[in-house]
Structure formats: structure tokens, C-alpha cells
Design a protein. Structure first.
Length: 79
């Protein structure tokens, strides 16, 4: 089981890089399969590079630093 506090701590390390570009990331959930759901905010929300930011940035770092993380997915958009 992935500890949500561990994920949150690593996201705090990533956050300054996203904020430097006018964006941010919010932790939504961590499920029992190690799937982390996040919401990209600010400039990152709707950015054409958002999927690359998730896969090559957030997901790669979380998998490297938090044992058990299997994937990082964006939160569903609210209407």
C-alpha cells in the first residue's frame, strides 16, 4: 500500500518547478493499486504539454521516490 503522505511529500518537492511556470499540482487520491490521481492547476491545466508533464515529470519522480506507485493519472474534469 502506498502511503499518501509519502506521495504528498514528493509532490511538495516537484511543486516549485511547476509553480515557476505558473502551474501547480494537487493530490486527489492514491488507490490500493498504487495509482496516484492528481489535478494539474494554473497554467498546467489545459496545457498541451500537460500529459508529458505528468508522464515524464510527476510520474517518473513519484515512481522513483515512492515504492509502490504504479501510475499517475489526471483527475476527471468537473463540469
Amino acid at each position: 500500500m502506498v502511503d499518501k503522505n509519502d506521495v504528498a511529500a514528493v509532490l511538495e518537492l516537484i511543486r516549485p518547478s511547476l509553480q515557476a511556470d505558473g502551474g501547480d499540482v494537487k493530490l486527489i487520491d492514491v488507490d490500493e493499486d498504487g495509482v496516484v490521481t492528481v489535478q494539474l492547476q494554473g497554467a498546467c491545466d489545459g496545457c498541451p504539454m500537460a500529459s508529458m508533464t505528468l508522464a515524464n515529470g510527476v510520474e517518473r519522480i513519484l515512481k522513483d521516490r515512492v515504492p509502490g506507485v504504479t501510475a499517475v493519472v489526471p483527475a476527471a474534469k468537473e463540469d
